[in-house]
Design a binder for this molecule. Sequence first.
Ligand code: HAS
Ligand code: CU
Length: 572
Amino acid sequence: MASITFPKSVEVTATPGTLKLVQRERLMIGAHIIAAMLALMSGIFMGPFQAFHRSPTFIQYFPTIPVFTYYYQAVTVHGVMNALFFTTFFIIGFCYFVVERSLQRPIKSVAMGWVAFVAMALGLVIMLLTILAAPQQSAVLYTFYPPNIAPALFYIGLVLLALGSWLASANIFLTYRDWKREHPNERVPLAVFAIVVNFIVWCVATIGVAVEIVFMLLPASLGILKVTDPQLARTLFWFFGHPLVYFWLLPAYVSWYTMLPRQAGGKLFSEPLARVAFLMFLVFSVPVGLHHQFSDPGVSASSKGIHTLLTLVVSVPSFMTAFNVGAALENAARNRGAKTLFDWPFKQKWGDPVVAAQLAGMLLFIAGGFSGLINASAQLNATIHNTSWVPAHFHQTLGGGVTLTYLAILYWLLPAIRGRALFSKPLALAQVFTWMFGMMLFGLAMGEAGLQGAPRRAITGQAPYLSPAGAFWLDMTAVSGVILLISSILLYINFFGTLFLSRQPAPAGEVPIETVSGDRTSPLWMERWGIWLGVLGVLLLIAYGPVFAEVLDFQEGWNILRYMPTSNAPMP
Ligand code: HAS
Ligand code: CU
C-alpha cells in the first residue's frame, strides 16, 4: 500500500478568509479521525453477524456461522468500539478542528493533545487485545455491569480513554479561555459555544463511571475487593451513561446548526435559540440517568418520577433543534425554488453526500427520538425494557442520526486533512442511502420483535419461545444486516481510497466553519459558565441526592458491597 505523504500545508477556504491548515494540526486531527475509523471498523463488521445470530431462519440454514462465532465477544467489541472508542476519538478530532478554525488559533497545547491521543490509542489497543485474548472473561458488553467482572486490562483500557478525553477537554477549555480573554465582549462562535457545553457535560458525567471503575470494578478484577454491588454500580454507570448519549449527539448538532444550513444553501433560523438549546443540554443532560433503571429494585418511585420529568424536559432542546434546523432547511429549499407547503424536503441537495447523510440522519433521528420518548415513560418502559426495542432505539439515534452526521463530516474533513478529493462521491451517496434504508429496516424489525417479546442481547435465532411474528421480524433484522454490511464495505472503500488512492486535490471551499459569531442578540451572560454549573449542581442534588442515599443504604449503615462477583460472563 502506498504510504501517506502529507503536503506541508493545505489552503482551506472558510468564511471570511482563507485559513491555512498547518502540518501539525493536520497530523493531530488526522490521527484522531483515522483512529476513530479503525475503531469503528473493528466494531461495525460485527454488527451484521449479530443480526444473523438473531434470525431463526438464518440459524436454521447456517447453524454455525463461521465468522465471529462467540456472540457475546462480538457484541462486546461492537458496543465498546463503536459506542465508546469510535465516538470519543471522532468527537475530539472534529472538535479540535472546529475550535482551531473557528477561533483562528491553535489548541492551547499541541504536546498535551498528543499525550491525550497516545493515552487513548493505548487504551484502544489494550482493549482490543484483551477482548481478543480473553473472549469469555471480557465479554461484559459496553455497559460492563457487575457482578460480571472483566480482566483488569479491560478497565485499564477504559481508564486510559477517559484520562485522554479529560486532557482533551482541558485543552479545549484553555483554548476557549485564551480567546475569551482577548475578546471579552464578543460572543464565541456558536460551534465553539456548543463544544464547550459538550465537554462540560462530558467532564461531569465521567465522574460517575470513573468512581465506578476505580473504586469498584478495577479492585474487584485485581482481587483486592472480594465483593461488589450491582445496584450502586448501575447507578454510577447511568449517571454517566445518559449524558454520554448527548456527548455523542451535540457534535452532530454542531454540524446541523453551524454547517448544514450553509451546505444546504440556506440560513439558520435563530442562533440565540440554538444557544438556549445547548444550555438546556448542559443543565438537563445529567440528572436523568434513572430512566435506564426504571425496572431496578431499591430505587424509590419518587426518584424515578423526577428523572422521568427531567428526561421529558431534556427532549425539548431536540424539538427546538428540529424547528430551528428544519426552518433553515426550508429556507434553503425556498432559495432553490421550492414553492408549496410540502415540496421543500424534496428540493434539498439529496445528490450531495455531505448534505444527504445529514438529512438521512435526521429522518432516522425523528424515529429514534420518538421511540426515546416512549422509553422515557415509566409505564411503557416496562413493556420494552431489555427487549430488542432498545437496540432499535439507539441504532436510530446513535447508529442513525449521529453516525450518519459523523460520516457527513468525514466526507469533507478527510479530504481537507488529506489534501485529496474524496475517492468517490457516487460510492459515498450509495453508502448513505444503504445505511439509511438498512438502519430504518433494522429499527423497524428490532422494534417490532421487541414488542413481540424478543429480548435484547440474546441469540434469539436459537430461541424456542418466539412467536411467529417475533421470528419474522428477527429474520427481517438479518436482512437489514446484509444491507448494512454492504454499506459498511462501501464506507471503507471510500475511506481507504481517499487516504491512499485519490489523486485529485481537495476541492476548495468545502470546509464549512464560521469564524465569527453572527449573533448580536444573545446576552453575554450565557457564557458565564459558573451560573450553569451552579444550576446543574442544584438539579443533581435534587435528582441524585436521594438516589445515592438509597443505594448507599445509609439507614442500614453503609450497607454496600454485598455481592460476590463472578468471574465469567455468560458462556455461549
Ligand atoms: Fe435514548 C436507551 C430515552 C435520545 C441512545 N438511548 C438508550 C440507549 C442508548 C440510547 C445507547 O427513557 C441504550 C442504553 C443501554 O444499552 O441500555 N433517549 C431517550 C430520550 C431521548 C433519547 C427521551 N438516546 C437518545 C440519543 C441517543 C440515545 C440522542 C444517542 C445518540 N433512551 C431513552 C430511555 C432509554 C434509552 C428511557 C432506556 C430504555 C431501557 O429501558 O433500557 C430524547 O433525547 C430524544 C429527543 C429527540 C427527538 C427527535 C427530534 C428530531 C430532530 C430531527 C429534525 C428533523 C428535521 C427534518 C429538521 C424528540 C432533531 C429534516 C428534514 C428532512 C427533509 C430530512
Ligand atoms: Cu438515557
